[in-house]
Design a protein around this ligand. Structure first.
Ligand SMILES: [Zn+2]
Ligand SMILES: [Zn+2]
Ligand SMILES: [Zn+2]
Ligand SMILES: [Zn+2]
Ligand SMILES: [Zn+2]
Length: 278
């Protein structure tokens, strides 16, 4: 729990960095993303594409979502009004997140804050406008909805469409293609990448005056970086002292414990720093 304070600080200050939000080691060239360096952005897209690479899995997911949505609309259709306040506005969050009907004005009164409302009338208007169908009739007659606006259009032309409808398959195919396509696009763009790579250990935190800082990897003492450059000072870099250890940032006190492993000249310099006290 002692880490909370640090995490807070990180959130507050990390956006000052000019470096990739993910690896914090590369300056993005903005070929792919505004926030991430190209290789991190590509990696993220790869993960996203992986989720959408399995046709069956995406299809099953979409079927589940569709059924869930139809169930919610049916609930909403049968919602009369709140017995307490008489409102017909249901709470959108509770409906869409947990398929539960609750009165929106009453929830606001009880819990405060802001939450959206949804009513059958409003949904009905939406479907009339964008899908050209009467939502109430549809739910009553078919207990299910068209897949999308195209599907609704097809059905309006041909009443038998629902019996041979493959609109969901088409939609899923398009989704899968879309993600494979965009991954290929990223791959091409990656060739033009000019992100600047920095091998210096960066300071992930910035104080209110924009000076970078970080923490000793052993004792967690706060360590000031090299001014506003966003990197640590040489003296906090174990390899500067000729040390081959896994830590990348250490305070001088912790470095002192490795003194025996340092070359003579470095030992001498370290003692100078330690005597000076900074
Ligand atoms: Zn990165
Ligand atoms: Zn109410
Ligand atoms: Zn269809
Ligand atoms: Zn790049
Ligand atoms: Zn330390």
């Amino acid at each position: 729990m002692t880490w909370n304070w640090k995490e807070n600080n990180q959130q507050k200050h990390q956006f000052r960095s000019y470096y990739c939000l993910d690896c914090k080691q590369r300056k993005p060239c903005y070929t792919i993303s505004q926030e991430y360096c190209c290789s991190c952005a590509y990696q993220k897209e790869q993960e996203r594409a992986k989720e959408y690479s399995d046709y069956q899995q995406v299809y099953q997911q979409k079927v589940r979502e569709k059924k869930e949505h139809e169930k919610q609309l049916l609930l909403l259709k049968n919602y009369q009004e709140c017995k307490q306040c008489g409102s017909k506005e249901a709470d959108a969050y509770n409906l869409y997140e947990s398929s539960k009907l609750t009165c929106q004005p009453c929830r606001m009164k009880k819990e405060g804050g802001a939450s959206g409302s949804v009513s059958f009338l409003e949904r009905q208007k939406w479907y009339k406008r964008w899908w050209k169908i009467d939502l109430g009739e549809w739910l009553e007659n078919y207990q299910r909805l068209p897949v999308n606006a195209d599907c609704a259009r097809e059905w309006l032309k041909d009443r038998n469409h629902l019996n041979s409808c493959d609109c969901l398959e088409k939609e899923v195919n398009n989704l899968v293609d879309l993600f494979t396509g965009s991954l290929k696009e990223y791959q091409e763009k990656l060739k033009e990448c000019q992100c600047e790579i920095s091998n210096k250990t960066r300071t992930p935190y910035y104080d209110s005056a924009n000076y970078g800082y970080t923490y000793c990897e052993k004792c967690e003492t706060r360590i000031a970086g090299a001014g506003k450059h966003g990197v640590i000072k040489n003296r906090n870099n174990p390899s500067f002292w000729g040390l081959e250890i896994k830590e990348k940032v250490l305070c001088l006190e912790c470095l002192e414990k490795f003194q025996e492993k340092m070359p003579i000249s470095k030992k001498y310099t370290l003692n100078k720093y330690l005597k000076r006290g900074y």
